[in-house]
Design a protein around this ligand. Structure first.
Ligand code: GTP
Ligand code: MG
Length: 188
């Protein structure tokens, strides 16, 4: 079987991808506008996008995340895998993950690789972020990619700490990614 490529995008995407990669193995790649969190990733396959647009910091809005991906399209094309299954993970609602994911998904689809997009949706408290996430999700749907979502607003009980909720979402998505890789997923 061809290897699987697990790719995290944006701050939350990195932690989600890290957990998924622990479970499914294969190649791990990390993409972000923010340089610092990338340096802590256990992979040499990390890519800072939009150094001019974001100056090595967070994108802060999806528009700037998208611009970062466009600025670095050459690097993205050179670094994305050209064989194997691909899983793209991000927490929707921020700048880098939400803005860059559609560009990345389109590039993978153009390579004719089997793609899964796995994303979290923001907590109910994050109203502005929920709006940004909804728009981002629509854009991802338009690429035709297979998408699985984990909605923090649905899964976080009132008493649950933020840390626990984030851990749960990483675990839940990792397990669904694993089922997809094994061909047992109903996501399509
Ligand atoms: N599962 C999980 N979700 C997170 C984590 N941190 C943030 N989130 C969620 O992911 C959304 C996006 O946050 P980030 O990933 O930090 O944003 P980003 O893509 O890095 O965007 P910028 O920092 O603006 O460039 C947030 O609104 C939260 O809902 C995390 O550690 N784990
Ligand atoms: Mg960030």
């Amino acid at each position: 079987m061809r290897e699987c490529n697990v790719i995290g995008v944006g701050g939350a995407g990195l932690s989600l991808a890290r957990r998924a990669h622990e479970l499914v193995g294969g190649q791990f790649m990390a993409i972000n506008t923010d340089r610092e969190p990338l340096e802590e990733m256990p992979t040499e396959q990390s890519l800072v996008i939009g150094p001019k647009t974001c100056g090595g910091k967070g994108a802060t809005s999806p528009a700037r995340g998208r611009q970062a991906a466009e600025e670095s399209l050459g690097d993205i094309r050179a670094r994305l895998p050209d064989s194997g299954k691909v899983v793209l993970l991000a927490g929707l609602g921020g700048g880098a993950g939400t803005g860059a994911m559609p560009t990345l998904a389109k590039e993978v689809i153009q390579r004719d690789l089997n793609l899964l997009v796995a994303v979290t949706l923001p907590f109910g408290l994050e109203a502005e972020r929920r709006e940004a996430a909804r728009a981002g999700l629509k854009e991802l749907e338009a690429t035709g990619a297979t998408i699985i979502t984990h909605d923090h607003a649905e899964h976080r009980a009132g008493s649950m700490s933020l840390e626990a909720a984030l851990g749960n979402s990483a675990e839940a998505l990792a397990q669904r990614v694993q089922r997809w890789i094994k061909g047992e997923s109903d996501a399509q």
